[in-house]
Design a protein around this ligand. Structure first.
Ligand SMILES: Cc1cc2nc3c(=O)[nH]c(=O)nc-3n(C[C@H](O)[C@H](O)[C@H](O)COP(=O)(O)OP(=O)(O)OC[C@H]3O[C@@H](n4cnc5c(N)ncnc54)[C@H](O)[C@@H]3O)c2cc1C
Ligand code: SF4
Ligand code: SF4
Length: 1018
């Protein structure tokens, strides 16, 4: 049994007292000093890990004012606070051992859009893609681009002065900031923007911090103007944050925004921003140019610039290779063809945008004429492809955006890590700089992938290190020092894009004798060095800046985790915090529990962080999870009822156990598996969650509903028999039973068993049960047109008509259909952590499938999520292979020629597919199969973008999840059902169809039901 994990790292008493005082001051957001919140926000995307004392979520600027008024009081001037947005920083920018102030949860409102004047006013926690989605109907967009645009916040972007692809044309974030509303450390709300000298004089005479700040900054400008001009290199990526060179803007007006942009949360809280927004270019194209060496692609990029594109990005073969192994490749593969024997080591992605088709074609021609003239010559490209139109261009940029995350997906313990990942040098020096940079990495024997914004001279590289190995941690220092020297040699910067954070130790070197002026600015804004201290500048020379090897890394913690636990829970160990699972897009599958709660502990990253910490703490007590799990396998739960009941009773009476916090986070997971398919690192929450639950319920009693859900697959064949079926269905409609189920058993809206029996439908249609001997005895021709349907409990017993229609459709399409006698799949057992029973079931199915598959006839499942368990969950728990069980669409796509024979028999039609999350993310290629099938049949099918429906097996039926399930449904499904013609909508998942019926009373068809209807009567 797992031990109780009593208070792990207590919150400092002083901080708890501060939290109480903040509560008393009327703070309206959440105040969370719990260990789960602290653990989840102890990391960003950097190599560092710093445990905060608490995490707080302000609701509005007034909350921030309450906070800073309090921290300004003499009793609390040692309290440290750090603003946080999406937490995607790569250098520990938002990490603190004080209080994390996360603005992303509530302060995420778009306040105003003025399309005529071209600006938008937003709160600091608005995500960049969220803003662009709101601007799109006005034909506008917020231009600064970054790879993390679906989760990084405007506050974070302003504070790191973010930029990325397209920066040569559009500049950086600060180029689009019109006004900022900043909460200062004395509780004042400062509005900043360009001001006249008259207004500046007025501001300098203001009381409090506002006056001090304006006096200090203007004084620096007056005294050090010439030194400043002499110091800074003329780069696209100029020095950001405390930008002395731009205290006055190009029109000579004093503008504090240039000091604030890029200040990394060290000067104030950006509560609101007024942003400049631009017209969306009407059309775009991307030329994808292939090279046989990365160096050639880099050097050639400078020549390509002469063809005046909007932007140029370079990726190397490693990045491309990783993309090929990811879900993202399905959408872009056609643009990266390789001829026989062609070696592709580098690619330049050259973008053109324009307002007219004519201008666009002219731009692309400028480039392709040049390429055609030199293709194949030494130092030139191998060939190119052109992607026309926004959709295609976005898909390729999507692949490039995902590249950073993909670089983290190595297979061994050395994983790509950021620490010198965003250098910038003048573009003309880039190729030489990179060659020297590579020599440094090669000397250290490191592997790495590279890509970059070659037009701006920015290089992204993440060398692979095993941060658990102290020797490899020392590499960080050696390589950084060398790269700092190289950037100086080539006239560039170490932090060209992602900010300084823990790398702030190099700030004095870069700012030279101007560094004390930065300290003066810091002191004017933050007199007691409370705001994100140690970054960029400290208030006094005696207070040190953070240094790259003076902050604890995640590796320092991971090293103490027992190896057996690390391997046993490996599905969560390699999360690198890139935050792709915080995707704001409601029409994307990842991650419904995060979207439905906006709580970071209910995300894949949150769960992976808690799992790492949980096994680390267990390790401290001398336990590893593998040994604990083996012991649990041997136990008979019923014999240990008393100790578990005792522990549960103590838990209910408030006894602390960190495992309970971990449980809360795991219990909120829908087990939809979107993370395991979409996370660039393939973090698989359902897998490590199942292992956790297996152990957790060795200590505590299970809720009743778990037994019901786990057993359902086994008892359903009996329940489905008359008269049990009548009794069961009647009881479900009986109010007291319904109340019992809701309150005691924890289940709501349980579905009724279908009135028809599949065996009766099969008899009607002359369909036989599949028997291994009979199948093997079939003639070759008969085998070729045969298919064995593998049943699942949900469709066979609750949605029997749909199964009947699918069988009928397959027959109409000329297949001889067999049905495997019903057997439990085991997935519900896995979801709820009954791992011993799950493995038992899986072993039996492995044998059943092997016997049937020996005939060479395809096995095909109906429900996507249940079917994918055979190649997902089964694979992880069984030795040896499991015979493949195909999805319906995979099977039919293999027979598309046969389908074409039925084309004339079908009336044309147009259908929109609402796919199941598990299928879209774990068998992405198969979604295209539906299009292939419909096309072969002379029908047309388009994929409709939707997120999760909120049901996911039984999640939506559990009382504790009802509200979140409905919230998740409303994020994307409700609108589709409300606005699209329902008769044209089809859904593959049983869960999705039943959720739509439950939420909106609409019955959706399965795609093959739609096909069946279109088959014209002969
Ligand atoms: C995979 C990956 C790819 C990336 N690609 C790019 C890229 O292409 N271009 C790029 O520029 N960056 C990139 N980054 C870095 C990162 O995404 C950006 O720095 C982003 O702007 C950070 O935004 P955030 O909301 O996540 O901020 P956080 O990481 O939460 O915070 C960043 C800094 O801003 C401060 N801050 C946040 N909100 C506020 C606020 N409201 N008021 C005051 N201070 C605040 C924090 O204290 C911290 O110092 C990438 C990161 C990853 C993981
Ligand atoms: S779970 Fe995956 S997507 Fe989320 S932060 Fe971790 S690695 Fe990134
Ligand atoms: S399985 Fe689904 S709900 Fe659970 S963490 Fe993964 S994406 Fe989120």
């Amino acid at each position: 049994m797992i031990p109780r994990l009593a208070e792990v790292t207590p919150v400092q008493r002083h901080y708890l007292a501060f939290i109480d005082a903040l509560n008393a001051a009327g703070f309206e957001g959440e105040l969370n000093p719990d260990y789960a919140n602290r653990t989840v926000l102890a990391t960003d995307n950097s190599i560092y890990q710093v445990l905060p004392q608490a995490v707080i979520y302000p609701r509005h600027a007034a909350d921030l004012q309450r906070l800073t008024r309090l921290t300004a009081q003499s009793d609390w001037q040692d309290i440290v606070i750090s603003p946080r947005g999406g937490g995607t920083g790569t250098n520990g920018q938002s990490l603190t051992d004080g209080i994390v102030v996360d603005l992303s949860r509530h302060m995420n409102r778009i306040l105003e859009i003025n399309a005529e004047e071209g600006w938008a006013r937003v709160e600091g926690g608005v995500v960049k893609d969220q803003l662009n989605a709101a601007l799109k109907p006005h034909g506008l967009f917020f231009a600064p681009e970054l790879s993390t645009s679906n989760r990084a916040t405007i506050g974070g972007m302003i504070n790191t002065d973010a930029s990325g692809q397209g920066s040569v044309l559009y500049g950086k974030t600060r180029d689009h900031v019109l006004e900022l509303n900043t909460v200062l450390l004395d509780g004042e709300l400062l509005s900043s923007g360009p001001v006249s000298d008259v207004d500046l004089d007025h501001l300098k005479r203001s009381p409090g911090l506002t006056g001090a700040i304006h006096r200090t900054v203007d004084d620096i400008y007056e005294r050090r103007r010439e030194d400043i001009e002499a110091r800074f290199p003329p780069l696209n990526r100029c020095l950001t944050g405390y930008d002395l060179a731009h205290i006055r803007d190009d029109d000579g007006r004093f503008n504090l925004n240039n000091i604030l942009c890029g200040s990394e949360g060290t000067l104030g809280f950006i509560a609101e921003a007024k942003l400049n927004v631009l017209r969306i270019p009407k059309t775009s194209a991307l030329v994808n140019v292939r090279y046989d060496s990365f160096e050639t692609s880099l050097r050639d990029a400078q020549t390509l610039m002469e063809a005046e594109p909007t932007s140029i990005e370079t990726v190397d073969s490693r990045v491309l290779g990783l993309a090929k192994g990811d879900i993202v490749w399905n959408s872009v593969s056609e643009y990266f063809p390789t001829a026989e024997g062609e070696v592709v080591e580098g690619i330049n992605l050259v973008e053109y945008t324009a307002d007219t088709e004519e201008d666009l074609r002219a731009g692309v021609k400028r480039l392709t004429d040049r390429l055609d003239a030199v293709a194949g010559q030494p130092g030139k490209c191998n060939g190119y492809s052109v992607a026309w139109g926004d959709r295609a261009v976005k898909q390729i940029w999507g692949m490039r955006k995902k590249a950073v995350g993909l670089l983290g997906n190595a297979q061994d313990e050395a994983r790509p890590v950021p620490f010198v990942e965003d250098t910038a040098v003048p573009p003309e020096n880039l190729a030489d700089f990179i060659m020297d940079f590579r020599a440094v990495l090669d000397r250290e024997g490191l592997t790495y992938g590279m890509f970059g914004h070659v037009d701006a001279g920015v290089l992204h590289v993440r060398p692979a290190l095993d941060m658990k190995d102290p020797e490899q941690i020392r590499t960080v220092r050696r390589v950084t020092d060398e790269v700092v020297k190289l950037t100086q040699h080539y006239g560039g910067l170490l932090w060209g894009e992602h900010g300084k954070g823990v790398r702030s130790e190099f700030a004095p070197e870069f700012f030279g004798d101007l560094y004390p002026e930065l300290q003066a600015i810091k002191k004017a804004f933050d007199p007691h060095n409370q705001l994100n201290p140690g970054k960029i500048a400290t208030t006094e020379p005696s207070i040190p800046l953070l240094a790259i090897d003076a902050v604890k890394t995640r590796g320092d913690y991971d090293r103490t985790i027992p190896v057996d636990s690390w391997q046993h829970q490996s599905e969560g160990m390699y999360c690198n915090g890139n935050g792709a699972c915080f995707n704001y897009d409601p029409f994307d599958a990842m991650c419904p529990s995060w979207k439905g709660t906006r709580e970071r502990k209910h995300s894949p990253k949150g769960r992976a962080s808690l799992m790492r910490e949980w096994i680390r703490v267990l390790g401290e007590q001398g336990h590893d999870t593998r040994t604990l799990a083996q012991a649990e396998q041997r136990r008979v739960p019923v014999l240990h009822w008393f100790p578990r009941a005792w522990n549960t009773w103590r838990r209910e009476r408030g006894q602390y156990d960190f495992s309970n916090e971990v449980y809360e986070s795991m219990a909120g997971c829908l087990a939809c598996k979107s993370c395991s398919g979409s996370c660039p690192i393939k973090v698989d929450v359902p897998e490590f969650r199942a292992k956790f639950l297996h152990l957790y319920y060795g200590r505590y009693l299970r809720p009743l509903k778990d037994y019901f859900i786990g057993l359902l697959e086994f008892i359903i064949p009996v329940l489905a028999r008359r008269p049990f079926k009548w009794v069961y269905n009647a009881l479900l409609g009986f109010k007291p039973i319904e109340a019992f189920l809701r309150r005691i058993a924890g289940m709501v809206d349980s579905p009724r068993i279908h009135r028809r029996q599949l065996s009766a439908i099969m008899r009607q249609r002359n369909i036989e049960w599949a028997d291994a001997n009979m199948l093997q005895g079939l003639r070759e021709a008969e085998r070729k047109r045969s298919v064995v349907i593998v049943q699942d409990a949900f469709t066979s017993f609750f949605d029997t008509d749909t199964v009947g229609d699918i069988l009928a459709c397959l027959q109409e399409l000329g297949f001889r259909v067999w049905v495997m006698p019903y057997r439990a799949n085991g997935k519900p057992l896995h979801v709820h952590g009954f791992l011993k029973s799950f493995t038992w079931v899986a072993r039996r199915r492995q044998k059943d499938f092997a016997a049937l598959a020996a005939s060479g006839i395809h096995l095909v499942g109906i429900d996507p999520s249940m079917t994918l368990a055979y190649r997902g969950e089964y694979k992880k728990h069984l030795d040896g292979d499991v015979a493949p069980v195909l999805l319906l669409q995979e099977f039919l796509a293999l027979h598309k020629d046969r389908l074409a024979d039925h084309k004339t028999a079908l009336a044309g039609g147009d259908v929109r597919l609402l796919g199941h999350c598990t299928e879209k993310t774990n068998a992405a290629a198969s979604m295209k199969d539906w299009e292939t099938i419909f096309e072969a049949l002379g029908l047309s099918l388009t994929q409709e973008a939707v997120g999760c429906c909120g049901m996911a097996g039984t999640y939506g039926h559990e009382t504790r999840n009802v509200q979140t399930s409905a919230t998740i449904y409303d994020l994307s499904w409700r609108e589709k059902i409300d606005t699209l013609p329902v008769e044209q909508l089809v859904a593959t998942g049983y869960s999705c169809r039943s959720q739509v019926k439950r939420m909106q009373g609409v019955e959706l068809k399965h795609p093959l039901q739609y096909v069946l209807e279109r088959i014209k009567p002969a």
